[in-house]
Design a protein around this ligand. Structure first.
Ligand SMILES: Nc1nc2c(ncn2[C@@H]2O[C@H](COP(=O)(O)OP(=O)(O)OP(=O)(O)O)[C@@H](O)[C@H]2O)c(=O)[nH]1
Ligand SMILES: [Mg+2]
Ligand SMILES: [Zn+2]
Length: 357
């Protein structure tokens, strides 16, 4: 990391490649990486945690004179995001101080999401459905990456399963470890574009990042023998520049991907179910044994799996629950806000007129 401030007068734009607590590591136009913090003004103006710089953000960087001996670099603005992979609610509780909304931007300005699943003992299509829903609602193009082809169990069966939950999504089967078919990803990631690699721990995200970089930059670790679960080896998100000029963001394995707020995405991820439901006799059909139910007919013919219908319902219920919770939270925040306004007004009146009002 360079100590010198190469750009001491003009503010420049830089890209956030990592965030550690309050410090962002930014890559400037000179290709050098430097540490920066948000300016006091920025902090004052921020309304939500998602306003703060996230990996992949383009930011305005300016030198700031402090009373200390050393000047520092501050981020004065985050440029509007073209897209953002956002995780909401429960486990995004990093910055919930005050009334900041607890929504976490996993990666910003991302064109493509590589949704990685391992073809070993940890394979799970229901998990992929979740990732797809979040990708669709984030405005990020999903690509399903089925990794560990070299040790795949029931490859044909699993491919069919994945195709059935994501009819329009490209699927790439590869081995990050042997390098087999890794090059196929380049057709989905053009120079200048940014991809984020997502998936649960142990699916081989960092191994894939290393394969695409052509060098061992990220640590990897063997999965557990009994269930093929990973060991949460990667602990922070980081952006890497690939030899071809594209960028790739490695992320820690996500334990449970919340879909709160991803209503649009869930709709998109299950558009096959919605299409079928259009042909049900009743427009409010619950596909629960009503006559003329096209969804049940599709299940009977094997065009739709019962598990997929169940999964759709589960995600819809989750969305509804999150919405109720969000409403309650918003009410509490609003009540708090008014309480502090009333207090401030009371203080002001007291100061101005004393008790003799
Ligand atoms: N056989 C085989 N093993 C692989 C492949 N890709 C990754 N692995 C192994 O899977 C284990 C986990 O890989 P990582 O790259 O650390 O997984 P990760 O997704 O980054 O995991 P977290 O950082 O914990 O989220 C390592 O032992 C890798 O060598 C593959 O294509 N084939
Ligand atoms: Mg990793
Ligand atoms: Zn129906």
């Amino acid at each position: 990391m360079s100590e010198a401030l190469a750009f001491d007068t003009e503010p420049v734009t830089a890209r956030v490649i990592a965030v550690h607590k309050d410090t962002a590591i930014v890559r400037g136009p000179d290709g050098l990486d430097r540490a920066a913090v948000v300016s006091g003004r920025f902090r004052f103006d921020a309304l939500a945690s998602s306003d703060y710089p996230a990996v992949g953000d383009w930011v305005v960087l300016a030198p700031e004179r402090t009373r200390d001996v050393r000047d520092r670099l501050v981020i004065t603005a985050v440029l509007p995001r073209r897209s953002a992979f956002v995780r909401s609610a429960a486990d995004a509780s990093r910055r919930t101080a005050g009334n900041l909304v607890d929504e976490q931007v996993l990666a910003a300005n991302v064109d493509v999401a590589f949704l990685v699943a391992g073809l070993d003992g940890d394979f799970n299509v229901r998990r992929l459905e979740r990732y797809l829903a979040v990708a669709w609602s984030s405005g990020v193009r999903p690509i399903i990456v089925l990794n560990k082809a070299d040790i795949a169990l029931d490859l044909d069966q699993r491919l069919l399963e994945v195709e059935s939950i994501a009819p329009a999504v490209p699927i790439v089967v590869l081995s990050a470890l042997t390098g087999d078919h890794v090059a196929d990803l380049s057709t989905h990631l053009q120079p200048g574009q940014t991809a984020v690699v997502l998936g649960s721990s142990g699916v081989g995200k960092s191994t894939l990042v290393n394969a695409l970089l052509g060098e061992q930059r990220q640590a990897t670790a063997a999965v557990r023998d009994d269930d093929s679960h990973g060991r949460h080896t990667t602990t922070h998100r980081e952006l890497f520049t690939l030899p071809g000029g594209a960028s790739l963001i490695d992320t820690p394995g996500i334990r449970a991907l919340e879909i709160a707020g991803a209503d649009e995405g869930v709709r998109a991820a299950f558009d096959d179910v919605a299409d079928l439901a259009l042909s049900c006799r009743f427009s409010d059909c619950r596909h629960d044994g009503e006559p003329g139910c096209a969804v049940r007919t599709a299940i009977d013919d094997g065009r739709l799996s019962l598990d997929r219908l169940a999964s759709h319902r589960k995600l819809e219920r989750e969305l509804a629950r999150a919405e109720r919770k969000g409403d309650a939270r918003a009410r509490v925040a609003e009540a708090k806000r008014w309480k502090s306004i009333h207090k401030a007004v009371a203080r002001h009146m007291q100061a101005k007129y004393g008790d003799a009002r």
